[in-house]
Design a protein around this ligand. Structure first.
Ligand code: TRP
Length: 333
């Protein structure tokens, strides 16, 4: 196993969708086979937007169950909850002193809300709490606490990783010592764009997602609502310009794709049939994971135990790091 460390945080904000699974969960799990890996649930990052305790607790279990059901092995991957590692918040305070306000002014998460405010004619600071404003500092602490080399993230998060690197460099420069490892974003090139129900990129903000672990019947119903054109059954159809086929390709073997494509081109096949075929291949992949997900959610003790053990292991590493930093900074005794 490579000694380099991979770490990523997952914000609990609801059930992941098929696009998250193929674009983030699956690639991260395959990285974890090569590198020493640390995956955590960024619950305090969610607190910025989720203020209902039941909702936040529920999302946290959901996201934990999703990752475990998708194959995360907590014996091999350090798996914990951000809120269980208080050293994170001590490091946050430490690096606040090395983070310029100007850097935060440029952060995407903050700027996105600012843009919305301006669009709606609201004051600049409307709906912006300090948690959102300092979001990249907490994220930097998550990363720097564990000597992370690579951070697998979507493109939208790359800027945050660069900020973590800037902050680490500022600390190292001041103490003239490599106290913090400089992290790098890892954006996998092969991230296929997964399209949603309406043919646009699958995204929560478009409301076109297919949640990963919908009950079978609901999944079937949802797939029937995928947008198609209004061609009649007997007309030949073009598989390469069809939302159903685009999704089918992500789950079917090459042979299956060829067979269905031929049926499209031959005519005589209705959209209902194509959607039923899509359900079959999708459900084949998802069913074993969904069964495990349902089991984990029905009795949460496995999740609780896994996260408790993860926290214990994480805190050993975190405490050593904090103690070294305290010494270097002169806040030891
Ligand atoms: N900001 C990330 C997101 O929204 C979640 C996150 C929090 C994270 N802390 C992190 C990702 C540390 C990578 C490393 O997706």
């Amino acid at each position: 196993m490579d000694k380099q460390i991979v770490l990523t945080g997952i914000k609990p904000t609801g059930m992941p969708h098929i696009g998250n699974y193929l674009g983030a969960i699956k690639p991260a799990l395959s990285l974890s086979e090569k590198y020493e890996s640390r995956f955590f649930i960024a619950d305090y990052h969610s607190l910025n937007s989720i203020k209902d305790p039941g909702e936040l607790r529920g999302y946290t279990y959901e996201i934990a169950a999703c990752w475990l059901a998708c194959g995360l092995d907590p014996e091999r991957v350090l798996f914990y909850r951000q809120s269980d590692v208080p050293e994170t918040f001590e490091l946050t305070t430490m690096i606040m002193a090395f983070t310029s306000k100007g850097l935060m002014n440029r952060a995407h998460a903050y700027k996105a809300q600012l843009d919305i405010n301006r669009e709606k004619g609201k004051p600049d600071d409307h709906n912006i709490n300090m948690g959102l404003y300092t979001y990249p500092v907490l994220m930097a602490a998550d990363i720097l606490l564990f000597d992370t080399n690579y951070v697998p993230v979507g493109r939208d998060q790359v800027q945050h990783i660069e900020m973590a690197a800037d902050i680490a460099e500022a600390v190292n420069r001041n103490y003239n010592e490599s106290l913090l490892t400089i992290p790098e974003a890892y954006v996998s090139e092969s991230t296929q764009t997964v399209i949603g129900m309406d043919g646009r990129k699958m995204s929560k903000s478009y409301g076109n997602t297919i949640p990963l672990f919908l009950p079978e019947k609901q999944l079937k119903k949802l797939l029937n609502k995928i947008v198609t054109n209004s061609q009649e059954v007997d007309e030949p159809k073009d598989p390469d310009r069809c939302n159903v086929f685009a999704l089918y390709k992500l789950f079917a073997t090459k042979e299956e794709q060829d067979v269905l494509a031929a049926r499209y081109r031959a005519g005589g096949m209705g959209w209902g049939h194509a959607k039923a075929e899509l359900f079959e291949v999708m459900n084949r992949t998802i069913k074993p994971m969904r069964d495990r997900y349902d089991e984990l959610m029905a009795d949460k003790s496995y999740i609780d135990d896994a996260l408790a053990r993860g926290a214990e292991k994480a805190r050993v590493l975190a405490a050593a790091k904090i103690s070294r930093l305290r010494k270097a900074m002169g806040v030891d005794r």
